[in-house]
Design a protein around this ligand. Sequence first.
Ligand SMILES: O=C(O)CCC(=O)C(=O)O
Ligand SMILES: [Fe+2]
Length: 432
Amino acid sequence: MCDSVLTEPPLLDLISHSSTGVDRQQAPYISGKLQLPASCFSLLYRVTKDGHDARHINLADATPDELEKLTRACEPASFGRKQETVKDENYRKAVKMDSEYFSPILDVFHTDLVNIIYDCLLEGTQSTKRIKIELYKLNVYDKGSFFKPHVDTPRSKNMFGSLVIVFPTPHEGGALLLRHRGQEWIFDSGKELAAKDEPSIGYAAFFSDIEHEVAPVISGHRVTLTYNLYFDDGPVPAVSKHLTPPLVNEGAFREAFTTLLEDQEFLAEGGTLAFGLRHVYPIKDDLKHVHGVLKGSDALVYQNPVLYTYYEHNRLEPAEGVLVDRVVNFQKILDHESQRLVQFLHAEGGILVNVNRDLLREYYTDMDDGTTEQVEWVTPMTTFNRKGDVYVSYGNEAELHFVYGDVCLVVRIGKVGDRLAYPRVAELNRRR
Ligand SMILES: O=C(O)CCC(=O)C(=O)O
Ligand SMILES: [Fe+2]
């Protein structure tokens, strides 16, 4: 398997903002560096559009002269403006080659990029669909080339995003800037690929509504392949394996987490962080099997995750919800009255979340504060992993109730001076 260096910033952003709740939005892109076999850097191209001569270039160690020849074989790049395709050097200065005039050896469908897109860019039911990756163009940005901010023109209603691959040809400048909802992220391929270790490509994949731009190239040649990403009909082929690539910024995440824990003002009295899951897992009657198969940003939250099912129900007043460390079997509730759902879940080991304490005292004299917890949702709850159940309550008449549990990740943070950075399930059980 190829080594992948994935820079997936959302949780870093999120964790650093979690105490203030400034941003709870998942970043709509992924970028990183992927090591590939040497043959993947070879490219064949036509020297002229109408001639028959072809040339080969190895983009892992191309000379400036070879790169100049490739640049000369290209034509000025155009872009979509309103309904037209236009060339305007104030807006885009670069050269391009259409896909019928070149052939890369690299076949992205046979690299880990597909899995990275499935696991780290797509979320929820999106990652259960088949995707198509269509080669679009080759672009060369030499000194002074750039592409001003734009969004890509969708080629069909199924197109959901773009993939840019950057070859390790030396270049300075030419960073890809991505923007969404007032936030900006930078993928500086020149810097990322500068280390002359095993040949790697840089990549960025983003959704179609993301504004992006290529900053001016200061020196060298920035060579990219662009691809259109589509949802295709039919489910994900059975052979597709999901993997979590070695997440290099897992270290950065832990570091950010540790820095936060060292911050005396961050949850000074301790607290509980909860993360809605971003991917879909087969939820059966328990959660054990999910621990080992967490994907993408879910796996990044926490390497030894504590999974809970979060029950939210209008009858759970005075709690916002109840967290239980497994999936509850509601058949046992048959002899309970509906308003005692909280007691039932509490008896099942549930923790009442974000409780109205006055109401708690009024409703449930038998419950103390130890059965409640203040929870900070770092990423919003999702319903991708929902388990529904029904139970019957008997009042004047038998009544059928529906109850839903959504699986999430929970991280507990101790008080300042008594922080448990990464509590394990066993430790949590001891505390209860
Ligand atoms: O070459 C790149 O890095 C991006 C190109 C681009 O944004 C486009 O072709 O639409
Ligand atoms: Fe673009």
